[in-house]
Design a protein around this ligand. Structure first.
Ligand code: MF3
Ligand code: CO
Ligand code: CO
Length: 264
C-alpha cells in the first residue's frame, strides 16, 4: 500500500510511469483515421506498452476489463471497450485513456482526438473539457482544499452551458491504480483534505454537451450519456510540488508547461 504522500523514490518511478503513458498517446495519434477499428488501436497500444516499453497495461484484467486501453467515442463518457466491429468514422470525437504499470507504479492519462473534421459543437465541447482541466492544474498548490479543484471545473463548465458528470472522479495513484483521495470534479465542501507537497493524483473531468446523467451499458463497462449527447474527457496524473504541480503525463504538443508555478 502506498501512502497519500509519496517518497522521493516513489516520485521518481511515478515520473517514469507518467511519461510512458503520455508517450502512448503521442504514438497512437497518427493511426486514428476513418475505418480503423478500435480493436486495431487497442492492439497497437498493447504491443507498444508491452514490447517497446516493457510495461504492463493497468486496464487489462482490472476488475475483469477485457482490453488494454479504453476508447470512448461520441456519447460514450468513459470505459469504452475496444472491439473489431467498431470502426472510426469521419466526425467522431474519441477519448483514448491509457493506464500503465512500470516498475510497480501507475501512470494514467487521456485526451480527445478528432477523426477528420469535427463539428463546431464537438470542437467547443473538447476545448471546454481541456480548459477545465487546465484551470484546475493552474490552481493546485500546497495548502488549498481539494474541493477547490471541483469548484473551478464545475463553474467553468456550467458557465459554458455544458455539464459535469458526477458519478466518476479523479483519484490518488501510485502502487495502486485507484487510491485515496477521491478528486471530485464538482464542488463538495466535504472534499476538504488540504493539498500537500508529494501527493500524486489524477484530475479527469468528464463533460457532457447535454444532461450530466449517465447510463451503464449491458457489457457492464461502457458508460454513455443518458440523453445520448456528446461527452469529452481529459486526464492528467499530477504531483503536488512546493510551488504548484508537475504534470507527470505531460505531452509534447500541449498548450501548458509541464511544471506549473502557481504560488505567488
Ligand atoms: N483509466 C480509467 C481512470 O482514469 C480507469 C479505467 S478502468 C478500466 O481511472 F478497467 F476500465 F480500464
Ligand atoms: Co484515472
Ligand atoms: Co484514465
Amino acid at each position: 500500500m502506498s501512502c497519500i504522500i509519496k517518497t522521493a523514490s516513489e516520485i521518481k518511478k511515478m515520473r517514469k510511469s507518467g511519461k510512458l503513458a503520455a508517450e502512448v498517446l503521442e504514438m497512437i495519434e497518427k493511426y486514428l483515421q476513418p475505418k480503423i477499428s478500435t480493436e486495431d488501436i487497442n492492439q497497437i497500444c498493447h504491443n507498444y506498452i508491452v514490447h517497446k516499453k516493457k510495461a504492463v497495461s493497468a486496464c487489462l484484467g482490472y476488475h475483469g476489463f477485457p482490453k488494454s486501453i479504453c476508447i470512448s467515442i461520441n456519447d460514450v463518457v468513459c470505459h469504452g471497450i475496444p472491439n473489431e466491429k467498431e470502426v472510426f468514422k469521419e466526425g467522431d470525437i474519441v477519448n483514448i485513456d491509457i493506464s500503465i504499470i512500470k516498475d510497480h507504479y501507475h501512470g494514467d492519462t487521456s485526451k480527445m482526438f478528432f477523426i477528420g473534421k469535427p463539428s463546431i459543437l464537438s470542437k467547443r465541447l473538447c476545448k471546454v473539457a481541456q480548459k477545465s482541466l487546465y484551470l484546475a492544474l493552474k490552481l493546485v498548490q500546497p495548502g488549498i482544499p481539494l474541493y477547490k479543484i471541483g469548484e473551478i471545473i464545475q463553474n467553468y463548465v456550467e458557465n459554458n452551458n455544458f455539464s459535469v458528470v458526477k458519478e466518476y472522479c479523479g483519484h490518488g495513484i501510485g502502487r495502486n491504480f485507484h487510491e485515496e483521495p477521491h478528486v471530485l470534479h464538482y464542488k463538495n465542501k466535504e472534499n476538504d483534505i488540504i493539498l500537500e507537497e508529494g501527493m500524486i493524483f489524477t484530475i479527469e473531468p468528464m463533460i457532457n454537451a447535454g444532461n450530466p446523467r449517465v447510463r451503464c451499458m449491458k457489457d457492464g463497462w461502457t458508460i454513455k450519456t443518458k440523453d445520448r449527447s456528446l461527452s469529452a474527457q481529459y486526464e492528467h496524473t499530477i504531483l503536488v510540488t512546493n510551488y504548484g504541480c508537475d504534470i507527470l503525463t505531460w505531452q509534447k504538443d500541449e498548450d501548458i508547461p509541464p511544471k506549473l508555478i502557481n504560488k505567488n
